[in-house]
Design a protein around this ligand. Structure first.
Ligand SMILES: NC(=O)c1ccc[n+]([C@@H]2O[C@H](COP(=O)([O-])OP(=O)(O)OC[C@H]3O[C@@H](n4cnc5c(N)ncnc54)[C@H](O)[C@@H]3O)[C@@H](O)[C@H]2O)c1
Length: 311
């Protein structure tokens, strides 16, 4: 099949592209290298498959550039491009509004009415639930940050384009994803980098925040299953199976690296989640998916990648 992956140079997008190419699909990847983190890191993500004969890269900004050519051949769209992270969204709302909302709207407009399009997967987030993101898809959405609000509005746009124009949209709510290529601003990445370098880990909150994070391989498996198998209109939680606390993750990293962590307590951050634990029963019922990677296994892979790439 011909698929389009937006955000193809990012953490999850690049991992998804590699998987889709390995499965034999023709992949068009779109990215505009937003400066949320360094372009060299994103170029490094892309390098793994940029010259693959079935891969076409388009450097396009979804919020501004013409999209008709890029979307034309797509039978399945995986829309992962976004401006991520909670903290910056408090101070630069226009940026989030542009990359998460305007970009999504323009992409939906570009695919509207295309008879060849079979599925449009929108990558959403547990942040749409807010501070307590534990449960199934019936939890009320109470986004706790401007980032979460823009992602939730993107979900609503996807629904509107399904209702009014039959764009076959599916929503996946990712619960923090980790593993090789994880963004450099994300918790596990910061913890591992600090432990390997012997520098203090900035710990916000009391460390007892509950997390049910998702290994990248499991996330990619569920995402591609949704792209080829989910019913349009469905919303799914996509999270890892093993619940833990932040402090337990740090202890595991100590054990797996053989190094001691130096923890430096920092004040709570506005909008931080207290608990995230996805009930993924629905994803199993619809698509037979369950997370299969344990936390020690996933952390071991991420530690090896950070050691190798010196990130
Ligand atoms: N990483 C996680 O744990 C996590 C959790 C919940 C939801 N998500 C969602 O998953 C998706 C991917 O996240 P990620 O962690 O891989 O982020 P990422 O920042 O690594 O990747 C996103 C990519 O999108 C690109 N992009 C942003 N705006 C664009 C635009 N207007 N036009 C073209 N490209 C654009 C960026 O340059 C970047 O390469 C996002 O939609 C994010 O909201 C991620």
């Amino acid at each position: 099949m011909h698929v389009l992956v937006t955000g193809c140079a990012g953490f999850i997008g690049s991992s998804l592209c590699e998987r889709l190419l390995a499965d034999g699909h023709a992949v068009t990847g779109v990215d505009c290298f937003t400066p949320y983190y360094g372009r060299p890191i994103k170029e490094g993500n892309l390098a793994a498959f940029r010259t693959h004969p079935r891969f076409t890269f388009r450097e396009l900004d979804l919020s501004a550039d013409p999209l008709a050519d890029a979307v034309a051949p797509a039978e399945v769209v995986f829309h992962l491009a976004a401006y991520p992270g909670l903290m910056k969204s408090w101070t630069d709302f226009d940026l989030y509004s542009r990359h998460n909302l305007t970009a999504t709207h323009r992409l939906l407009e570009a695919v509207k009415g295309r008879a060849t399009l079979k599925k449009f997967v929108y990558a959403s987030t547990s942040s749409v639930y807010g501070k307590y993101a534990s449960g199934d898809e019936s939890l009320p959405t109470r986004a706790g940050s401007p980032y979460g609000v823009t992602k939730l509005a993107g979900e609503q746009l996807a629904r509107v384009y399904l209702d009014e124009f039959a764009v076959p949209t599916v929503v996946l709510r990712y619960f923090s994803v980790y593993g090789p290529r994880q963004r450099p601003d994300m918790g596990y990445h910061l913890f591992i980098r600090s432990v390997l370098a012997g520098t203090p880990i900035p710990l916000t909150g009391d460390g007892l925040q509950v997390r049910g994070n998702t290994y990248i391989g499991d996330c990619v498996e569920a995402t591609q299953r949704a792209g080829f198998g989910a019913m349009p209109g469905e919303v799914f939680n996509l999270g890892g199976g093993e619940l833990t606390t932040i402090i337990d993750v740090i202890r595991r990293i100590e054990r797996l690296t053989g190094k001691t962590a130096v923890v430096e307590r920092k004040p709570d951050r506005k909008g931080d989640q207290v608990a995230t634990a996805a009930d993924v029963t629905k994803l199993y019922r619809h698509l037979g998916w369950k997370p299969t990677t344990g936390l020690d296994e996933g952390l071991t892979a991420q530690i090896a990648w950070q050691r190798e790439t010196k990130q």
